[in-house]
Design a protein around this ligand. Structure first.
Ligand code: PLP
Length: 413
């Protein structure tokens, strides 16, 4: 057995915004025996998950599933569609957008990183890390690109480092308004299956996602949802790719197989996750996360602390970032909460290090687990000497009690 030096009773509160808590149903499905990935049962499983996952992305076109973390699927999106030194326009919403931009540079692409440059009282060094993508900036930049040198626009749908969800339809409108042929690539690694996402309707060319956030699976599989234009671009793109190449995978996927050994047990988990999410209905899944997010934000507002996302129109339904008061190290606070209450919170990433922490409200959660999370944070804040305006626990309880979940989400009386 794995040796841990601490075996607490009860369960660990995994409240980071991914990996999210995995439902027991999915863990049990994953414990089935591993089967022959070239045998007949596997083909049936492959076809089932490849068709189900399209409903989650809301696409009629192929979705490629990789045995990798989300980072691999970022690389796959770029390597399949672009050529060395192609110009890509990316948008700085936070740490994940920054990592993707770094990766594009390492792959030999010429990247341009747009950011909102207004002023921000709490984070003067990173104002664009508190807001969503400003589509007008993208439109203005594309309009100036009369030679059509920009080959792709890359944005993050739900910026997991900040708790801001960008309006992807507005980015598509901006590209169309500029009459520009650039491909639209969207990282919805943490948005998919928690926040509304529509690959076809929003005209996305490649959507990148991963298993360990809204899909409620452990880490280990990732996705590229494609458009016909992305598939067309892949025929002439010249960045080197072999493992990530779409063509062989899409061809073999027609019969439910892969050119290499896929992640069999995670695909059992994916089949179970699709059953759960599609059985509930995506609109209800999205409403459930919005309601949870509002309940958690009620606590932050009661405490009197600033929410990382400065624009209420784009609050994330997946996680809430909280800025700590000047002089309170958010990582020291997280350590204390972990030691005392066995509750893990997300750290401040990149430019936000030590200045904020993140509370996840995704995966296998419910009203009471979220009240418990808020209670753990509130105790930690008090122990750290933070003066709170009012009880966040009370505010979250009041919110959930007075905003009943739709009847469809409640147990029968
Ligand atoms: C989690 C995440 C990633 C990174 O995915 P890995 O699975 O850790 O490689 C990238 N972008 C966003 C928005 C994420 O939430």
């Amino acid at each position: 057995m794995l040796q841990l030096d601490f075996h607490p009773t009860g369960r660990h509160f995994l409240q980071i915004p991914g990996p999210s808590p995995v439902p027991d149903r999915i863990l049990r499905a994953m414990s089935l025996p591993t089967i022959d990935h070239r045998g007949p049962e596997f083909g049936a499983l492959g076809l089932q998950v490849l068709s189900g996952i399209k409903k989650i992305f809301k696409t009629k076109h192929p979705v490629v599933i990789y045995p990798s973390s989300g980072t691999g699927a970022w690389e796959a999106a770029l390597a399949n569609t672009l050529s060395p030194s192609d110009h890509v326009l990316m948008y700085e919403t936070g740490h994940f957008a920054s990592l993707w931009q770094k990766m594009a540079t390492r792959l030999g692409l010429t990247t341009e990183f747009l950011a909102w440059s207004g002023s921000d009282e709490h984070l003067p060094h990173a104002p664009s890390w508190r807001r969503g993508v400003q589509a007008d900036l993208i439109e203005a930049r594309l309009a100036k690109d009369t030679e059509k040198k920009i080959k792709a626009v890359c944005v993050v749908h739900n910026e997991t480092s900040t708790g801001v969800t960008s309006d992807i339809a507005s980015v598509r409108r901006a590209i169309d308004a500029a009459g520009h042929p650039a491909l639209l690539m969207v990282d919805s690694i943490s948005g998919l299956a928690s926040a509304d996402f529509r690959h076809d309707e929003w005209g996305v060319d490649v959507t990148i996602s991963g298993s360990q956030k809204g899909l409620m699976l452990p880490p280990g599989i990732s996705f590229n949802a494609l458009s016909p234009r992305a598939l067309e671009a892949s025929k002439s793109a010249r960045l080197p790719r072999a493992f990530w190449a779409w063509d062989e995978i899409v061809e073999m996927n027609k019969d439910g197989y892969w050119p290499y050994t896929p992640n069999t047990n995670l695909l059992y988990g994916l089949a179970e996750s699709l059953d759960m999410l599609l059985g509930e209905g995506l609109d209800k899944v999205f409403a459930r996360h919005q309601r949870w997010a509002a309940g958690v934000r009620a606590a932050v507002e009661a405490w009197g602390l600033p929410i990382q996302c400065a624009d209420p129109a784009v609050y994330s339904p997946v996680l809430t970032g909280v800025i700590t008061p000047e002089g309170v190290d958010a990582d020291a606070l997280r350590r204390l909460i972990h030691q005392r209450f066995d509750l893990s919170l997300g750290t401040g990433l990149g430019k936000l290090k030590g200045r904020m922490f993140r509370m996840g409200h995704l995966g296998d959660s419910n009203d009471l687990t979220l009240v418990a999370m808020v209670a753990g944070v509130e105790m930690g804040l008090k122990l750290s000497g933070v003066k709170l305006a009012a009880s966040g626990v009370q505010a979250t309880m009041d919110h959930f009690a007075s905003h009943a979940a739709p009847a469809a989400l409640q147990k029968a009386a």
